[in-house]
Structure formats: structure tokens, C-alpha cells
Design a protein around this ligand. Structure first.
Ligand SMILES: Nc1nc2c(ncn2[C@@H]2O[C@H](COP(=O)(O)OP(=O)(O)OP(=O)(O)O)[C@@H](O)[C@H]2O)c(=O)[nH]1
Length: 683
């Protein structure tokens, strides 16, 4: 999306005199005992003022200000509970009102309601009405205000609405932390939605925190990063130009580089704290007093920046939450790409293709169609949607979460084109690899299918074509850019800081299945629980795909039950039948790993069948699933258990299959093509 830049707009006029302002202050809930509080506040204020005067007298002019910038901030000496509800935010008065527009975003300090008038002389007021008026003078109509302050005391949001302006509150603590990723996602979504809805009349978005620098800058930079091809340095500079000195908290700047996996260039410096902020309020140590909501202490940069000591598990929740509406729109895109028609709002189910268990009957399919095999990676299933403003993992519950990844487009001959993929839909398994040399654990997304590329559905194309496109269009451009990062559009990007690695899954000719089973799988650096047989010419079939076959090691054939414990520790096992719970009478589970059954009541448990004891064994709790298997899946698993296709039987059968003429010819051709490709790569 291209957002017109309006960086040369003229500076704003000074705030005008008060024109009968319309706000009443909102009384903060926590100030319950007003009289007591006001006396305490008065005393504290007087004491602080005395200390400030003393410091001003005793210290040379620049002394304390230097220390403000260089020393780590200490805890405030005043209990913030005693803040006067009409106290001006420190530095607010001298802080410039608003910056120049960045596209349609106008960064601003918080406008204050009329209850603040006693503290502000006419001529220095900046109320909601004045904001609207000032922007009108500059030819801008406001349509949306995004309020990032962490309080409701500054003005009444309903006053914006009375003027026909939408108000969105995204409360962000300014102290001790950068805005959290979910708030950032909400901000970017709100702005994008606002842009996309107003086709003709372009209205502007006022974004404010308390002073319109750090939180406002942080959010604006995120928006620029996701809506345009920019580096973090460029985006920070754009904000700096529009609202000097821009973001002036070092940790906010570091968090932005960390979030977008970019190396910070050596010549990037954090601006000094502006004069209006430094001289506003000083505490006993000569440091700037924090506002109750804004400013302050030690900021934690994104976790990517820190050395991680976490233990990786397949059940970890990956990525950041995003607004529900955004998920709903992306669900519809998936349904559309998979040609499923529109899913009922809020009711859509995970549409990914699902294999069926191999039995003696469907084993015959291998003789009728041309198949390849691959190991059945045992991690967590995710589809992935890459869009220009982010990359989203889609779990089995059809929930979307954002992960910070980069998927560049293939370079055209002209070397121009869009920078990254937009609306490309993939399918795969997230596994945890243990690196053989160091035993270090690393997450890897093994992609095995490509269903849409840049918004074009390709599900009807044969699998072999989709799989080749996956390599050419998605994997190769990433690898190339990674290799030649210094020549890329963003030489500061660091793929090694992404939350997981990415690879295309390999598929093996059926003639090499013994090697796959006995040589390759045992050496894999992640778990595998069987094989997948993939029809080489098959389309992508959403939901159950009767032609996509899974073979599991016999002891790993499993069913996911909904488990419940009722009175007197009676176990109940449920499956689903036409979307409703179905009690599986006569089934019983053993908990050989010492789990307490009563604690698992209400959970989905994955069980394998012990044919000697005629009982189910609980293997694990499926935290990634909210519904049990369907009765039909259960029947297929039971059939596969009964048919008992052992490794031996399987290898024997496939040995026969690959001698069939249809296989023999294609295998010969494919082998030649593979070796040509490999020798081409080696050259
Ligand atoms: N289609 C396909 N699926 C694979 C592949 N490798 C691993 N899988 C996984 O195999 C799963 C299907 O096997 P099941 O045994 O039915 O599923 P599960 O592992 O118990 O988990 P559920 O998906 O919850 O049923 C898919 O959902 C994928 O997560 C692959 O190469 N192709």
C-alpha cells in the first residue's frame, strides 16, 4: 500500500485561545478519598517545588539535565496514587502541539479537556476543539483519533464522537515497557481499516499519547514498517522529520530494531530528551519526574533481543494476538482460496487438508495413481498466510497469530516489483530440531504445500507443480536474499533472528521408500511418527482427503478423545458425530505416565490402542485442539489398527507397486530430472 507522504507541509500555528471548551474531566476511580488525597498532594507538591528550587539554586544549569539523559532512571519518589487529577502532564505545556502529517497520520500531544483550564493560561491551551480547528486551517479533516494514553483523565472520548470523529483507545503504559505486540497489531489494523474504508474523502488520523513522541512514534514506525518497504532506520527518520526530535527513548528505538530483526547501524543515535521534558519536573536526584502514565524507567526490548533460555515445546503458543475482525477477514480469504465458499461468520473451521489412515483397501490407491512418500513430521500443524503487513500462523483451531518473518518476492529481470509476498497461503508442520553438533534446539517450519500465491488460488494444479512453485517462489527468494543480504533492499535484515527457520519438505520416490524409512527417518533431528503418501498429480483437497494417506508406526496409531471424569471417578470418552459429542461407551483409558485423570477432565487426549490389553493408552494432552476426532476418523484408525499394515507388509507391497509399468516409467523420468537438477546446482 502506498501512502502519500506529506512531509513538506507547513508547520502548525500556535494553539489558539480557548473557544468555550466542551470537556468535563473524568474523575479517576482510584482517587476515592478526595479530601485526604488533595491535602497529601498539596503537601507533596509544595515539598517537591521547594526541592526543585533548591536544586536549581545549587547546581550549574546543565548539570542535572546531563544526568537525566545518562543515568538509569530510578523509581519515582512520589506515590503516583496521589496525583492530582487535573495536574498537567510534566512537560506538556511546552511540548509542541502536533507534528507534520505522515501520510494521513498526525502525531500529537494529548489535547486536554476544559477542567484543565485553570492550569493553562489562554493562548497555551490545546483542547479538542482547537485540534480540530488547527487541522482545518491546514486543510485537514479529522476522521479518527487513536488515543494511546493509559488513563481516561485527559478528556472525554464522547466529545470526539459528537464532532463525528471516531475515537479508538489503545491504552499503553508508557512507563517500564514498550507497547505490547497485541496493541501494535490493533493499532496497525485500525489505521489500515480506516484507510481502506474511506475511498474518496481522505480524512486524517490524529494519533496521540501524552506528548506524542515515544508511544506515538513507536506505533507510527510499526505502521510504516508494515505498510511500506522501509528499513527501521528510514521509518524512525520519517517520524523524526515529522515530529522532531522523534522517539527519544533509547529502549524504544532498540525494541523496534529487535522486533523487525534489523541490525542497528552504528551511526544511529537516540536523540536527547527534549528541553521541554527535561526541565519540566525534577525529583530529589535531579531526574525528570515521570508522569503517572507516561515516561520513565527501564524499558524491556522485544524478547528476540535477549538470549533465550526457554525450553522449546510443540505446545508453545507462537506469535502475537491480532484483532478478531482481522482474523475473520483472513479466514474468509482462506475459504475463498480453498474454494470452500464463505464460512459462516465466527463459525469457520480449520480448512487444511487432512490425510486418512492407510488400510488394506485404500492401499490399492497406490497402484492406481502415482504417489510420492515423505516422513510424517510430528510437530504442530500450521497453515501460514503471508501478507504485505505480516505473516500469520494458522492453528488447528483456525486462530491466527502474527509472527515477524520476511518472505521476499522472486526478483524479476527488471529487478523491480513488490518487495514481499502478499496473500500467499502455505501448509506445513512446525517441528523442533535438535542440532546434532551442539544439541541446541531450533524451531523449523517444514512447508509441504502452497495453495495460493499472491492472492491467486492454485489448489487445482497438480501437487508436483505446487511443490516446485513453492521452491521457486517462496524458498529460493528467501535463500538468495539471505545469501546476498548486502545487496538486498534491506541489508540490515537478520534472518537469523526470526522465530523459526523455514524449509520445503522433501518428497521421496516410492522406489526409495526403504531408504526413507530405515536410513533417513532414524537420522532426522526432529520427531516423525510415520509416513505420508502424497498423490503427485493431486489437487489440494481441503478437510478430509481420501487420497492423501498416512501410515503410522503401529504403536503410534492414535485417536483424540474428549475426556471427562464424572462422579466416583467414572471415565467418559467422547468423539464428535456431525459436530456433536458422542459418548464412546465401553472404552477405557490407562494413564501409564502417572497423570491424575481428574486433572485432565474436559481436555482432549491423544490415545493409542493397546491390542493386548484391549485398552487405550493416554499419550499426551492435545492443547492445540479444542474438539475430539470425528467418529469417521476413529473408524478409519480402528480399521488401520485391525488391518495391521506393518513396516514389513508395507515395504513388500510397495516393492511390487514400483515395478508396475506406470511407476517404472515415471520413476525413471523423475530420477533423470532429479539428477539433472542436482548436477545443475553443483555446477
Ligand atoms: N499432508 C501432510 N501432513 C503432514 C506431513 N507431515 C506431517 N503431517 C501432519 O500429519 C497430520 C495428520 O496426521 P494425523 O495423525 O491425523 O494427525 P495428528 O498428528 O494426530 O494431529 P491432528 O492433525 O490433530 O489429527 C497433519 O495434520 C500434519 O500436521 C506432510 O508431509 N503432509
Amino acid at each position: 500500500m502506498i501512502i502519500p507522504m506529506d512531509l513538506n507541509a507547513s508547520p502548525l500555528p500556535e494553539p489558539e485561545d480557548d473557544e468555550e471548551e466542551i470537556f468535563g474531566a473524568q474523575v479517576e476511580e482510584e482517587i476515592a478519598h478526595e479530601e485526604h488525597v488533595e491535602t497529601a498532594v498539596e503537601t507533596l507538591r509544595r515539598e517537591r517545588e521547594e526541592r526543585r528550587q533548591r536544586l536549581k539554586r545549587d547546581l550549574p544549569d546543565e548539570g542535572p539535565r546531563q544526568r537525566v539523559v545518562q543515568q538509569p532512571r530510578r523509581e519515582p519518589v512520589i506515590n503516583t496514587r496521589f496525583y492530582d487529577k487535573n495536574k498537567l502532564p510534566p512537560g506538556w505545556l511546552d511540548c509542541p502541539a502536533a507534528g507534520q502529517s505522515i501520510g494521513y497520520i498526525i502525531p500529537s500531544k494529548v489535547p486536554l479537556g476544559e477542567t484543565f483550564n485553570d492550569c493553562i493560561v489562554p493562548g497555551r491551551r490545546y483542547s479538542l476543539k482547537q485540534v480540530i480547528h488547527q487541522q482545518r486551517v491546514l486543510g485537514r479533516e479529522l476522521g479518527l483519533v487513536i488515543d494511546l494514553t493509559n488513563t481516561t483523565r485527559y478528556y472525554q472520548p464522547s466529545d470526539w464522537k459528537k464532532q463525528g470523529i471516531k475515537h479508538v483507545k489503545i491504552a499503553c503504559k508508557g512507563r517500564d515497557s514498550v507497547p505490547d505486540p497485541e496493541s501494535v497489531n490493533t493499532f496497525v489494523y485500525e489505521v489500515l481499516q480506516f484507510y481502506s474504508r474511506q475511498k474518496l474523502a481522505k480524512k486524517y488520523i490524529l494519533v496521540h499519547c501524552t506528548h506524542g513522541h515515544n508511544r506515538t512514534g513507536f506505533m507510527t514506525v510499526h505502521f510504516l514498517m508494515r505498510s511500506q518497504s522501509m528499513s527501521v532506520t528510514e521509518a524512525i527518520q520519517v517520524f523524526h522529520n515529522a515530529r522532531p526530535p522523534g522517539i527519544y527513548k533509547q529502549d524504544y528505538i532498540d525494541a523496534l530494531y529487535a522486533f523487525y530483526h534489523e541490525r542497528k547501524p552504528e551511526n544511529v543515535f537516540c536523540p536527547n530528551t527534549p528541553e521541554w521534558k527535561r526541565s519540566s519536573d525534577l525529583d530529589l536526584n535531579g531526574e525528570a519526574m515521570p508522569d503517572d502514565e507516561d515516561d520513565g524507567g527501564i524499558v524491556t526490548a522485544s524478547q528476540d533481543n535477549q538470549v533465550s533460555t526457554e525450553v522449546l515445546t510443540n505446545d508453545d503458543v507462537l506469535g502475537d494476538a491480532i484483532p478478531w475482525d482481522q482474523q475473520e477477514a483472513m479466514r474468509q480469504f482462506c475459504y475463498h482460496s480453498l474454494k470452500l465458499g464463505a464460512g459462516a461468520k465466527g463459525m469457520a473451521q480449520f480448512p487444511g487438508s487432512h490425510p486418512v489412515s492407510l488400510n488394506r483397501e485404500n492401499l490399492q490407491l497406490l497402484r492406481q495413481r502415482y504417489y510420492y512418500a515423505t516422513w510424517k513430521a510430528d510437530g504442530t500443524r500450521y497453515m501460514m498466510l503471508i501478507t504485505s503487513d505480516g505473516c500469520f500462523l494458522i492453528d488447528r483451531n483456525f486462530n491466527f497469530r502474527r509472527v515477524q518473518m520476511r518472505f521476499p518476492m522472486k526478483q524479476t529481470n527488471e529487478g523491480v516489483g513488490r518487495d514481499t509476498h502478499n496473500l500467499t497461503l502455505l501448509d506445513g508442520e512446525m517441528v523442533i530440531d535438535t542440532l546434532p553438533d551442539t544439541q541446541k534446539k531450533e524451531r523449523r517450519y517444514l512447508i509441504y504445500d502452497l495453495m495460493a500465491i499472491n492472492s491467486v488460488s492454485i489448489i487445482e494444479r497438480p501437487f508436483c507443480e505446487r511443490w516446485k512453485m513453492l521452491e521457486k517462489e517462496v524458498i529460493e527468494p528467501r535463500n538468495l536474499e539471505r545469501q546476498y543480504i548486502y545487496q538486498s533492499r534491506n541489508p540490515y535484515y537478520r534472518y537469523d533472528l526470526e522465530p523459526f527457520r523455514v524449509r520445503r519438505k522433501d518428497f521421496w520416490l516410492l522406489s526409495t521408500i526403504t531408504k526413507l524409512l530405515q536410513g533417513f527417518i532414524p537420522k532426522l533431528s526432529h520427531e516423525a511418527d510415520g509416513l505420508i503418501f502424497q498423490g503427485w498429480d493431486d489437487p489440494y483437497v481441503p478437510r478430509t482427503h481420501e487420497g492423501l494417506l498416512k501410515w503410522k508406526y503401529p504403536e503410534m496409531n492414535s485417536v483424540d478423545f474428549l475426556f471427562e471424569v464424572v462422579d466416583e471417578n467414572r471415565q467418559l470418552l467422547y468423539l464428535y458425530e456431525r459436530g456433536k459429542k458422542k459418548l464412546m461407551d465401553g472404552n477405557h483409558v490407562d494413564f501409564k505416565n502417572g497423570e491424575d485423570p481428574s486433572e485432565l477432565s474436559g481436555k482432549i487426549i491423544e490415545c493409542s490402542w493397546d491390542s493386548e490389553e484391549q485398552v487405550w493408552n493416554c499419550m499426551r494432552v492435545r492443547v492445540d485442539k479444542s474438539t475430539p476426532n470425528d467418529i469417521n476418523t476413529y473408524r478409519k484408525v480402528m480399521r488401520s489398527i485391525k488391518d495391521n499394515i506393518t513396516e514389513e507388509v508395507l515395504l513388500e507391497d510397495i516393492g511390487e507397486i514400483v515395478r508396475l509399468p506406470m511407476y517404472a516409467d515415471r520413476i525413471r523420468n523423475d530420477s533423470k530430472a532429479h539428477s539433472r537438477q542436482h548436477s545443475g546446482r553443483r555446477r
